[in-house]
Design a protein around this ligand. Structure first.
Ligand SMILES: [Zn+2]
Length: 320
């Protein structure tokens, strides 16, 4: 990836007051709930700088990216996930790839979302629509990705992803994302969180012998409700991070009743493994007629743009 600079000086100054990006992975409620909180302010700004997205495009792709980042702590070992969000609204959807090494990249299906009147609120439902979520998971030694899809109807990216987890994985998961913009459309704070309530391990409840005596969370339904209430009560994450706040205060404050412990902290970045050599190699595999037409075009260079990060590579025709 050719890293795009953030050229807006005022934005750079604002970002200096925001804590560095970080994801904290935590467990609570005697291990029955796990989750992760991500300050992705710089991450979303890098995405915006790479793709040069407008306000609406930043908001929609950004929500997908924050959710994509939250998939990383759920991965087992070395793994990549390709998440396709395909909907019938004007935004059409996106494709996002997250890698267990801690990188995320991807793109909106459409470069520009048509809009017929100024945005009145941040409800993205009119731009999304009904559609399908597909997840392709690929572990290090897999020859084929494992793919699963569900229909979505919520017209809300975080809720649609939660539906995917409850339907295809049978795990109750809640996601929440937030992007705070100033009145000029600058992203001054962005973040995401997920909580996952693990099913009680089979059979111990009736026998009783293996149930931890310290557990206050024997009732699945009650635990689920309390987790949902806690997730709904968290402040706007974009606003929280824009004000220079960190992760620990929020986790310890909002989830106090579940006695949270931060297990891991990690860096997640917007990054793409593309490079010039990759595209040169690809062009060399094109049919001979296409290569001939490039060579006979009279141009000294051709430009190739990566979908996933919008990097533009200038390739010397003589190298082909
Ligand atoms: Zn790229």
């Amino acid at each position: 990836m050719i890293k795009a600079d953030i050229i807006d000086k005022e934005l750079r100054e604002k970002l200096n007051n925001v804590a560095k990006d970080e994801m904290a992975v935590f467990v609570m409620a005697d291990g029955r709930i796990r989750g992760a909180l991500f300050n992705g302010t710089h991450f979303i700004n890098q995405m915006k700088a790479q793709h040069n997205t407008g306000i609406l495009e930043t908001y929609i792709l950004g929500q997908g990216m924050l959710c994509g980042a939250l998939l990383i702590p759920m991965m087992k070992g070395r793994e990549k996930v390709l998440w396709k969000y395909e909907v019938n609204g004007p935004a059409k959807g996106f494709m996002i790839e997250a890698d267990s090494v801690g990188t995320v990249h991807g793109f909106l299906t459409t470069d520009h979302i048509p809009i017929d009147k100024p945005l009145e609120n941040w409800n993205m439902a009119p731009f999304l629509g009904d559609g399908i979520i597909t997840m392709q998971r690929m572990q290090e030694n897999d020859k084929q990705p494992f793919s699963s899809s569900v229909d979505v109807h919520d017209k809300n990216i975080a809720m649609d992803l939660a539906t995917y987890f409850s339907m295809s994985q049978q795990i109750n998961t809640g996601f929440s994302t937030s992007i705070q913009m100033d009145n000029m459309g600058r992203v001054i704070g962005a973040g995401g969180i997920f909580l996952q309530v693990m099913p009680e391990t089979g059979g111990t409840k009736k026998i009783g012998a293996e149930v931890s005596s310290s557990s206050d969370w024997k009732d699945d339904e009650e635990l689920l409700q309390r987790a949902e209430m806690a997730l709904n009560a968290i402040p706007s994450l974009g606003g929280w991070f824009a004000e220079g706040n960190g992760l620990d205060n929020l986790i310890n404050g909002m989830f106090r009743e579940f006695k949270p412990t931060i297990a891991v902290r990690r860096d997640i970045t917007f990054d793409c493994p593309c490079n010039k050599e990759h595209y040169l190699k690809y062009i060399k595999t094109l049919p001979k007629s296409e290569i001939d037409s490039i060579k006979n075009s009279g141009e000294k260079f051709i430009e190739v743009q990566c979908h996933n990060c919008s990097s533009i590579y200038k390739i010397n025709v003589d190298e082909i």
